[in-house]
Write a protein that binds this ligand. Structure first.
Ligand code: NAD
Ligand code: LMR
Length: 341
């Protein structure tokens, strides 16, 4: 009995020591009290790579922080009430800042319908981060992602601190969904279903490349239905929640996966690849400055933007439709900051 206890104690101490010494990363969540913010913060509290967690919101962050701080993992959690100085303190020294702050959709709304409310929320938070910690990797969850990411880029440009390698629109949920939906169709393990999804994060701008998946045999009406489900998966949740918001739990998992991947790359792991909406060379010729594709992550953020690879004529049609919408969404974000700096 005595020796078992001693073994347990020394195991715990060893883990605690290695977690803090090897991975001393601070992560900040802005909008931490919300439907996404709370489970996302909980998942980050479970990460051995995170040693400090800063939770900021216009309401309730100290309470969420007090609650999560009792989880017995080796990280410190602090909650921040809304004030510019508190925002600066929350993000100071953070390796990663995630922004899920903003309103979610209700049935009948598009993501673009959120623009009028969320554009200024994201602009002001990004401005705070640009001033206090411009080198942090900035992960934008707030919708419409196709516009909020360009908004952040413009804000950073106004402060002369824009670095395209550190700005990410979080589109991970689209591949999480795609692999799950394919596995339901094919009765397989979703963990083995790697699907590339490119473009943006709304409706027809979400382009799954099924020809590159394990199941290029999915064709015809079955393919149309699957592509539609992946493009409009968010609507399924919005309708099921019936006015109480949009995806929060699956989104928390997806946001956590993206943050963890960046921390793994920061810690020196090579070959870390995630889909994400970034300042991209792929379709700049077509006037589209931002595009989601698989991106290799490195210690400084974006290491290499992968191309879309071999696609068939059906997928070429999807990308054409995507680019037309995406261009407008991006321009809307850019214009917003130019008119409302
Ligand atoms: P929510 O309303 O539950 O939570 C939003 C939180 O943001 C609230 O706690 C609110 O107090 C806070 N907030 C609002 N303004 C703020 C400000 N200026 N500073 C700090 N905090 C502020 O909403 P949710 O369900 O968590 O969704 C948040 C956003 O994420 C929505 O815009 C939604 O559309 C988007 N979303 C994106 C994806 C994606 O794949 N990228 C997936 C799901 C949801
Ligand atoms: C999603 O894809 O679930 C999110 O973008 C939220 C939404 O509005 O659908």
């Amino acid at each position: 009995m005595f020796s078992v206890r001693r073994a347990a104690v020394s195991f715990t101490q060893k883990r605690a020591f290695s977690a803090s010494a090897a991975n001393p990363y601070k992560v900040a969540v802005l909008g931490a009290s919300g439907g996404i913010g709370q489970p996302l913060s909980l998942l980050l509290k479970l990460s051995p790579k995170v040693t400090e967690l800063a939770l900021y919101d216009v309401r309730g962050a100290p309470g969420v922080a007090a609650d999560i701080s009792h989880v017995n993992t080796n990280s410190v959690v602090k909650g921040y009430t809304p004030a510019p100085a508190n925002l600066a303190e929350a993000v100071k020294g953070a390796e990663i800042v995630l922004i899920p702050a903003g309103v979610p959709r209700k049935p009948g709304m598009s993501r673009d319908d959120l623009f009028n409310t969320n554009a200024s929320i994201v602009r002001d938070l990004a401005d705070g981060v640009a001033q206090a910690n411009p080198n942090a990797k900035l992960l934008i969850i707030a919708n419409p992602v196709n516009s909020t990411v360009p908004i952040c880029a413009e804000v950073y440009k106004l402060r002369n601190v824009y670095n395209p390698k550190t700005l990410f629109g979080v589109t991970t949920l689209d591949v999480v969904r795609a692999s799950r939906f394919i596995s339901e169709l094919k009765n397989t393990n979703p963990a083995n279903e790697k699907v590339t999804v490119v473009g943006g994060h709304s409706g027809v701008t979400i382009v799954p490349l099924l020809s590159q998946s394990n199941h290029p045999d999915i064709t015809g009406e079955q393919r149309d239905a699957l592509v539609h489900r992946i493009q409009f998966g968010g609507d399924e949740v919005v309708q099921a929640k019936d006015g109480a918001g949009s995806a929060t739990l699956s989104m928390a998992l997806a946001g956590y996966r993206m943050a963890e991947s960046l921390l793994r790359a920061k810690a020196g792991e090579s070959g870390v690849v995630e889909p994400t909406f970034v300042d991209s060379p792929l379709f700049k010729d077509a006037g589209v400055e931002f595009f989601a594709s698989n991106v290799e992550l490195g210690p400084d953020g974006v290491k290499k933007v992968h191309g879309v690879g071999d696609i068939d004529s059906y997928e070429k049609g999807l990308i054409d439709a995507c680019l037309a919408d995406l261009k407008k969404n991006i321009e809307k974000g850019v214009q917003f900051v130019k008119s409302n700096p």
